[in-house]
Design a binder for this molecule. Sequence first.
Ligand code: 3PG
Length: 210
Amino acid sequence: SSERLRQILEAQPVIPVLRIERAEYAVPLARALARGGLPAVEITLRTPQALDAIRHVAADVPEAVVGAGTILNPKHFEQAVEAGATFIVSPGQTPTLFDLATQSPVPLLPGATTASEVMSAAERGYDILKFFPAEQAGGAAFLKALASPFAGIRFCPTGGISAANASTYLGLPNVVCVGGSWVAPDALVEAGAWDQITALAAEAAKLRKH
Ligand code: 3PG
């Protein structure tokens, strides 16, 4: 995987996964998370406002590192890069996504949840992969079992991870960081409770590998 992506993912234990319902939430939210120690965020392309949200954060929050998530095809990839995303996250992997990523200066974090998917991504030169949906796909026990055959591969598990189980994942040798939406609950975002979000981020930022 690219050196830049490795640095981003190693720099914080938790990557907030954000589903932005209103583009105007994005800037104060990214600022609040960065203040708490989580500058890198993944804004998912699951809402019509996602690309605008990425655009605003890229333009107005220099302390943030804005990635785009839920990238399912080359069109999403190109739109996200055009909006200013500095890394690209996919729940899975396809040959067309891999081909586009080869051409792009913006790094891709592809998803893998099976041995074969890990091998396909490794053939393409990836050694950091998203593991999604982590809890449902087998959880920490499954990830732990991948460490022995896939010695050089590390994962960013996401999906069902929270303050309660993040440490279990972060304790695995093949986990580089985890991702999750728990640091930015909808109710707090809608209430504009940015200080509370900063506090949640600060708690998450303290979770370290042990
Ligand atoms: C993702 O795309 O990474 C997940 O949807 C985040 O999952 P969570 O909402 O269970 O944290």
